[in-house]
Design a protein around this ligand. Structure first.
Ligand SMILES: *[C@@H]1O[C@H](CO)[C@@H](O)[C@H](O)[C@H]1NC(C)=O
Ligand SMILES: *[C@@H]1O[C@H](CO)[C@@H](O)[C@H](O)[C@H]1NC(C)=O
Ligand SMILES: *[C@@H]1O[C@H](CO)[C@@H](O)[C@H](O)[C@H]1NC(C)=O
Length: 443
């Protein structure tokens, strides 16, 4: 009995295995038979061949598309052809086209405007071919254009973007930036590339705020493609993750945030952002898609704006609004949150007005979520009161004039700045010091 039992199991096991083994054989037999019947008919033979060809094409096509979902090949070929023909220039062109040391192979995203590539910590944005063609045909730069003509072109462009004020500093910077070979003269390719870059809204913002540390540094360009440093952390926090955890603990998004001194340092960057956008190049800027997800920070906990396509100057905002036709107030919207009222007499939108909640108040809301928890006792009282005052100010906007709001805002801004800096002075803040090069050892 003891010996019988395992034998019986091995018998059943073997019979099952044989049945299983014969299954593919049966299947193949049917296949081959069906195949023969099929090919006996000549018409069917052609049909079969056609289906085979189609599937191979389909697979091949799908493979090519999935490999080059970002038009990588098209973008590089067109840029490098233009570079070799003296139509585009840029600090990246040599590396991209001759040295081939910058691979555009790591496509990370594509939207309807840009293809985005990542190379080490640089994010490159290249206009998609159709968008680039549009820009090319409207390029007013001609071969042999004088320096004065190009400058007057820039003047007109910056006046449209930032209003009729003095933009000579910006023009000088644009001129220097465009002079990629540093010979104090602009070639046709250099002028043409700079003009194209300055038509791209994201590049405009990056360029205008290049002196400001809260905006990412531009790394290099070639034609209308530009690259800038990406932040180490792309968002400050996301309150809306709608997970189970979130519904039980509404503040769970705070658990993974950095400790207080680091958050204080990042908050200083937010205040710096407000200061910069209140007036740069004689113009005020609005973030029309304000969200804590538009801000991030680098490895030294310096705040960096990570999304700037919603930032717009007051001039452009007023102009866009005044050309919009409307029937009701809800027609007068720019981006997600910049809205004005409808002038029912003219059927056009009014310019942005006191109804708009200043970005400063929105930053205070972010500070409330991001900064005001797990903080040292000695600043707790002061900070929470200041932020609460700021938020209260936002609720009473309609009862105040633009001037009093600006004054109140400045006071709160300076107080917050002062408290946070004082706190950082005494905290353990090794993270603030960037690594410096080791001094050479003298023997
Ligand atoms: C651009 O990025 C590369 C790679 O990180 C770096 O080597 C280069 O110095 C950067 N150039 C500028 C102008 O920042
Ligand atoms: C987050 O959720 C709130 C309330 O549900 C909603 O009003 C808001 O638009 C959401 N924000 C984002 C960025 O999804
Ligand atoms: C935009 O419109 C507002 C409200 O009329 C006005 O106060 C402001 O000066 C305008 N700004 C620009 C740059 O035209």
């Amino acid at each position: 009995m003891m010996y019988f039992f395992p034998r019986r199991t091995s018998w059943t096991y073997r019979s099952i295995r044989m049945k299983l083994q014969s299954l593919p054989q049966h299947f193949c037999k049917h296949c081959v038979r069906g195949y023969r019947v099929l090919l006996e008919n000549e018409w069917m033979r052609y049909c079969f061949l056609f289906v085979c060809l189609c599937s191979v094409c389909y697979l091949l096509f799908g493979w090519i598309i999935s490999r080059d979902s970002c038009f990588e090949w098209e973008i590089r070929t067109s840029l490098c052809n233009d570079y070799q023909n003296g139509l585009v220039a840029g600090s990246l062109c040599y590396n991209l086209c001759i040295e081939k040391s910058v691979p555009l192979s790591s496509c990370i995203n594509r939207d309807d405007q840009f293809s985005m590539f990542r190379w080490s910590n640089i994010l490159f944005k290249a206009l998609n071919p159709d968008k680039h063609k549009l820009l090319e045909v409207s390029n007013p730069v001609w071969d042999g254009m004088s320096k004065a003509d190009f400058i007057s072109l820039l003047e007109k462009h910056f006046a449209q973007l930032l209003g009729n004020k003095d933009h000579s500093y910006l023009i000088l910077r644009a001129f220097e930036f465009a002079d990629f070979n540093r010979n104090n003269e602009l070639t046709y390719a250099e002028a043409r590339s700079m003009w194209e870059l300055l038509q791209i809204q994201e590049f405009q913002i990056l360029f205008i705020f290049q002196d400001n540390t809260v905006f990412p540094q531009l790394n290099s360009t070639c034609g209308s493609m530009f690259g800038y440093e990406t932040a180490y952390q792309q968002i400050l926090y996301n309150k809306n993750q709608s997970t189970y955890l979130e519904s039980i603990f509404p503040n769970s998004y705070q658990w993974s945030l950095p400790d207080f001194p680091r958050r204080a340092h990042i908050a200083l960057g937010l205040l710096e952002y407000i200061f910069a956008t209140m007036e740069t190049d004689n113009t005020k800027f609005y973030m029309c898609d304000f969200s804590p997800q538009n801000f991030g920070y680098n490895q030294y906990y310096e705040m960096k704006v990570t999304k700037f396509d919603g930032i717009v100057s007051e001039t452009v905002l007023n102009k866009t609004m005044s050309t919009k036709t409307c029937e009701k107030d809800s027609d007068c919207v720019y981006g997600d949150i910049c809205h004005s009222t409808c002038n029912l007499v003219t059927g056009k939108c009014n310019s942005i007005d006191e109804m708009y909640t200043p970005d400063f108040i929105k930053v205070c809301h972010v500070l409330q979520d991001y900064l005001l928890y797990d903080m040292p006792i000695k600043v707790k009282y002061l900070l929470s009161h200041l932020v609460a005052d700021c938020i209260r100010m936002g609720n009473k906007m309609s009862t105040k004039t633009r001037e009093t709001i600006a004054v109140d805002q400045n006071i709160i801004h300076d107080r917050l700045n002062e408290i946070l800096w004082n706190e950082l002075k005494y905290a353990d803040n090794k993270f603030l010091t960037r690594p410096t090069k080791k001094p050479p050892v003298l023997i």
